[in-house]
Design a protein around this ligand. Sequence first.
Ligand code: PGA
Length: 259
Amino acid sequence: MRRTLIVGNWKMNLDLQSARQLLNELCEGMESIAADDSLDVAVCPPHTLLFPIAKATADTPIHFGAQNLFHEPSGAFTGEISASMIAETGARYVILGHSERRHTIGHLEDDRMINLKVRAALAGGLTPIVCVGETLAERNTGETPDVLTFQIAADLVGVSQADVAKLVIAYEPVWAIGTGKVATADQAQQAHEHIRTRLRDQFDSAADTIPILYGGSMKPDNAGELIAQRDIDGGLIGGASLKAEPLLGIIRAALAARG
Ligand code: PGA
């Protein structure tokens, strides 16, 4: 069975003090949740918090990752940060291709750039959490499967069979992110199944080991139904990861759903 993964995407939120407090509360809460070796929990803070979060999560069950990287190893790239700089902090994960970077923030990222970043992450020993998902307009015109097919193929060019063990995909319908509108369990399962099939085209049966997370307004009260779906292996959580109680609620729901 695939491992379940719950990842908090803090985006551009929390200062050092509130991050430390949140991690303390999370650790305390996780002590009272039955230990389960098949579930991993991670948080992805802003880059400036990576080293202190490494310290704060040492000797705890919580892993951490970054929210972006630049694909070049070093050089004159003012304001950017490389895979090896992130790996040096002890981070395990890096979120790539998030819809806010594809559609909202300044220099919009296309799939060619996301692919360069995915390859740089893998070469640097990080696990990329590769985000894909359709906009509302694309869903309304029935393009969701084509968008997902294109993004998966383009983002994973050159990713080899040997990389599969270090690959996580997140399905994040753009219309559900930060909007309170969550995909129904059926809509999400259909998209995840489609992604899994496309992954099989590239990686054969090894595709069945790749965790596919759902992201977009996941909360304690909808997480269970989503994670109970056959191809939904966890969550990438924004808003509900900024406080311990909702994140713990999602972890509990995930454990109950995966039984
Ligand atoms: P949300 O964000 O949970 O606040 O919708 C999810 C994400 O952007 O990863």
